[in-house]
Design a protein around this ligand. Structure first.
Ligand code: NAP
Length: 264
C-alpha cells in the first residue's frame, strides 16, 4: 500500500494510515468492527462507536488487547446529541478526523411491504440515510480544516436489487448509492472523497434474518450467492478507498458481493 503523504511505497516500518484518525460507526461487531480493526492495523487511531455500552466496552477491550490504537464511545447515530458527541470526542482526543466510515444501519421490519407502518419508514430512513448525511455534514468542516479526508458509505447489493420483503431497508440502501454521489460532488472542492460499498451477503447477525426468511433466502442462490462473505472480506477495499492509493477514485459505489450484480 502507498503512504498517505506521497504516491510512493511506504517507508519500511511505516503504515499507510500512520498519524491518521478514523471514525467508524456501528463498529462494535460485524462489518464495522472488522473495518475498524483493519484501519487500526494499517496505522490509524480509530474511534469506535455503537448504541450499547456493553458492546462498546467489549470491542475496545478486544482491540486494545491486540495492541491497536482505539478509543470508543457510546453513540446512536440517529441521535443528534450522540452524533455531536462522537465528533467532539474525536476532536478532543486526536484534534482531527481524516476518515469516516458510515456503517451503522437498522432494518426494523421483514415481511410484506403493505404491513409496514409509518413509524418503520421514518426509523429506517432516519437512521440509515438522514443520519448518514447529518454525520457527514458535521465531520466535513473538520476534514476541510486539515485539507481533506475520505468518507465511505456502506450500502448493499439490495440497493440495486430491492426486495419487497425488506422493502423500506432496500430503498434506504438505494438512497445511499445516490447520497454517495451527491456527497462526492458536494465535497470534492474540499479534497474530501466519498465512496460507497455495496456489500453482499456477509456473515453477521444482521444477515441472519435474511438467511432465516424463506422468501429472501430462496433468492440468494439464483442471485449468485455461493457462500456468504466474511466481515474481513469487506475490509481491504475499505482501507484501500480511504488511502492515497485511491486518491483519484471519488463518488464510486463498489460492489463487494462475491459476484451478485452490483450495478443498476
Ligand atoms: P451487525 O452485525 O448487526 O452490526 C451492526 C453494528 O452497528 C453493531 O456494532 C451495532 O452495535 C451497531 N449499530 C446498530 N445500530 C446502530 C445505531 N443506530 N447507531 C450506532 N451503531 C449502531 O451489522 P453488519 O452486518 O455488520 O452490517 C453493517 C453494515 O453493512 C450495515 O450498513 C448493513 O446495512 C450493511 N450490509 C450488511 C450486509 C450483511 O449481509 N451483513 C449486507 C449488505 C449491507 P449496537 O447493537 O451496540 O448498536
Amino acid at each position: 500500500m502507498l503512504c498517505q503523504a506521497a504516491l510512493k511505497p511506504c517507508e519500511k516500518g511505516k503504515k499507510a494510515f500512520d498519524g491518521k484518525v478514523a471514525i467508524v460507526t456501528g463498529s462494535t461487531y460485524g462489518i464495522g468492527f472488522a473495518m475498524a480493526r483493519r484501519l487500526a492495523e494499517d496505522g490509524a487511531h480509530v474511534l469506535l462507536c455503537s448504541r450499547k455500552s456493553e458492546n462498546v466496552e467489549r470491542a475496545i477491550e478486544q482491540l486494545k488487547e491486540e495492541g491497536l490504537s482505539i478509543s470508543a464511545i457510546q453513540c446512536h447515530v440517529g441521535n443528534k446529541e450522540d452524533r455531536e458527541r462522537l465528533v467532539a470526542t474525536a476532536i478532543e482526543i486526536y484534534g482531527k478526523i481524516d476518515i469516516l466510515i458510515c456503517n451503522a444501519a437498522v432494518n426494523p421490519f421483514v415481511g410484506p411491504i403493505f404491513d409496514t407502518t409509518e413509524e418503520m419508514w421514518e426509523k429506517v430512513f432516519h437512521v440509515n440515510v438522514i443520519s448518514t448525511f447529518l454525520l457527514i455534514k458535521l465531520v466535513a468542516p473538520h476534514m476541510q480544516k486539515q485539507g481533506g479526508g475520505s468518507i465511505i458509505i456502506c450500502s448493499s447489493f439490495i440497493g440495486y436489487i430491492p426486495h419487497p420483503y425488506i422493502g423500506p431497508y432496500s430503498i434506504t440502501k438505494t438512497a445511499l448509492l445516490g447520497l454517495t454521489n451527491i456527497m462526492a460532488q458536494s465535497l470534492r472542492s474540499m479534497n474530501i472523497r466519498v465512496n460507497g460499498l455495496a456489500l453482499g451477503l456477509i456473515d453477521t447477525s444482521f444477515s441472519n434474518v435474511i438467511k432465516k426468511t424463506p422468501e429472501l433466502a430462496s433468492k440468494l442462490v439464483p442471485l449468485g450467492v455461493i457462500r456468504p462473505g466474511k466481515p474481513e472480506e469487506c475490509t481491504g477495499i475499505a482501507s484501500f478507498l480511504c488511502s492515497e492509493d485511491a486518491s483519484y477514485i471519488n463518488g464510486e459505489n463498489i460492489a463487494v458481493t462475491g459476484g451478485i450484480r452490483g450495478r443498476l
